[in-house]
Design a protein around this ligand. Sequence first.
Ligand SMILES: Cc1cc2nc3c(=O)[nH]c(=O)nc-3n(C[C@H](O)[C@H](O)[C@H](O)COP(=O)(O)O)c2cc1C
Length: 318
Amino acid sequence: MNFQTRVTELLGIEYPIIQGGLAYLAYADLAAAVSEAGGLGQITAMSLPNPEALREEIRKVREMTDKPFGVNYAIGNHGRPFADMLQVAIDENVPVVSMTGGNPTPIFEQLKGSGIKTLVLVAARRQAEKAEELGADAVMVVGQEGGGHLGRDDIGTMVLIPRVVDAVSIPVIASGGIGDGRGWMAAHALGAEGIEMGTRFIATKECVHASEAYKQDLVDSLETDTVIIKRSIGAPARTLRNDWTDKILEIESKTPDYESLKPYISGTANRNYAYEGKREEGFGWAGQVVGLIDDVPTIAGLFDKMVEQATEIRNRWK
Ligand SMILES: Cc1cc2nc3c(=O)[nH]c(=O)nc-3n(C[C@H](O)[C@H](O)[C@H](O)COP(=O)(O)O)c2cc1C
């Protein structure tokens, strides 16, 4: 069955399925496996310590697959400078750069003339319009169900996608709450031409950096088991609920300032859980789609199942 859209044409991939940037989790193994399965895998640049480490990771992907892949840049308010990290992607001539979390103007300026395809992850209609104005090749649009950082407007994927589809002429890639072939086909029904998934890709064999506890919690959790933290500091983000996140929410209700929250929301607290599985000492980002996750497949197995589901859905309408 043909799954070609403007997104597959743009990126040179078989299926319009993109692995989102995953802070501290998306390195060469995962990126290469997703690209090899026919989607677009990505390395998350800003989780790497320096430009040389990023260069090595890019080269590792190229040893594992000759298919296109991306490098993701999350450039939040408290993030470190990214120009030297972006220069590596340019020097290595990576096929795709994606970005999120801040004003992408400097990224577009630095990429000018490179020929690298650009994807911007946004969480609101006005941000999608801005990305198109800046010259983005496509926008990825994440609804409130999603894992990790979200928009401030609390708009779900089901409403946000058609709103953005109506506002821009570049291809729209739906994100947030998608974990199987049903969500994929629903996204297309809303006018999207591809999907991005984050949480679903963590619970896979090739997400080798995620602890077994994290993967098991994704399998065991229900759609009611996530919460939004960091709302009080203007950076809402969805995580699995545990005692640690209850503590964060308590601080947010009493002393909502960055300094009080910092030790609880730090990269260290995230890695304590994500890498080491220490449930009492940290937290892990995840979306409501955990309610749909009940296995830890290989990436190839996940793609096979999604394509099978999508094919069955499309055959229903013949
Ligand atoms: C653990 C985790 C880390 C994330 N880190 C990043 C990141 O570094 N850069 C980025 O663009 N998006 C990041 N995201 C967002 C995802 O790329 C994606 O937009 C989101 O997970 C989609 O929602 P879903 O989890 O329902 O699939 C992260 C999400 C998760 C779950």
